[in-house]
Design a protein around this ligand. Structure first.
Ligand SMILES: [Zn+2]
Length: 273
């Protein structure tokens, strides 16, 4: 009797604790749900204000920085402010410059010093907390130039093997030529003329459906990777050690042959003739 009582009470206790745990997780889930829906709502609240992709704007900026600016700097040319490639015409430039990358998994907001685990969360933070700092006046969306600047090829979103669409290629070519003419007006200066030619070659000529299209044929800024730097330093350090080992080994070998010669000479002498 006592045993059954004990058994029943244990069973009751177990079922009660299971119920409690499940209710706890339920409330937790509810909380998470409300949290996520709130951030979603917040996102939607401001989404209608900015019709410009931050990610694509960033890709466009990276292309400009890598494949255009080194050549512009080489010519000591100043991009006019009416040129859509000018940094002031990038809606997100100020926010992007307020990103502090402290460590692989640590990003900090330059405005309020709040830290985040990933760049994506910092982007969300900018959208939610600092959207008022965006300069939304005028058409300043760098992402709109992605067609001309080949962002897709750099972002790897669309494979270049997709079928060529003549209409979109013509549109992008037109956009590209417009950029060349507004940013580098031919009759302004010799350097502007050279850069105009360069821009057409580097960005615009690839907008074609016929033949081979090579993106950025003049190349871009060379980045010395940390890996190569480490390898070369290591090689420089190991080279003297390698030669020392080879030298010591050869010296040992020479000693060995000399001793052998001596032994063989002694052997020849003792041989009866
Ligand atoms: Zn902030």
């Amino acid at each position: 009797m006592k045993k059954t009582n004990l058994f029943v009470s244990i069973l009751l206790f177990l079922s009660f604790s299971v119920l409690q745990v499940s209710s706890l997780t339920q409330t937790n889930q509810d909380f998470e749900k409300s949290e996520s829906s709130r951030t979603l709502e917040q996102g939607q609240e401001h989404a209608h204000e900015v019709h410009c992709s931050r990610e694509r704007s960033r890709a466009a900026w990276q292309i400009i920085e890598k494949y255009l600016m080194p050549f512009v700097e080489h010519e000591h040319y100043e991009i006019p402010s009416n040129c859509r490639l000018h940094p002031d015409n990038d809606l997100f430039r100020d926010q992007e410059e307020h990103k502090i990358h402290l460590d692989i998994n640590e990003w900090q907001c330059g405005y309020c010093k709040k830290s985040f685990r990933a760049e994506m969360f910092l982007d969300q933070h900018f959208d939610n907390r600092h959207y008022n700092l965006l300069n939304v006046s005028g058409s300043k969306c760098l992402a709109d130039l992605c067609g001309a600047l080949h962002c897709d090829a750099v972002m790897n979103t669309k494979l270049s093997k997709t079928k060529c669409n003549p209409a979109s290629v013509a549109r992008n070519h037109h956009l590209c030529e417009g950029l060349a003419n507004s940013c580098f007006p031919i009759n302004q200066s010799p350097s502007a003329r050279r850069l105009n030619e360069f821009f057409l070659h580097q960005f615009c000529h690839a907008h074609t459906c016929s033949g081979k299209r090579k993106l950025f044929p003049r190349g871009g800024k060379k980045h010395i990777s940390v890996f190569y730097l480490a390898i070369s330093i290591l090689t420089l350090m190991l080279l003297p050690i390698f030669y020392l080992i080879v030298y010591l080994h050869q010296r040992e070998m020479r000693k060995g042959t000399q001793e052998l010669r001596r032994i063989s000479k002694v052997g020849q002498k003792t041989k009866p003739s």
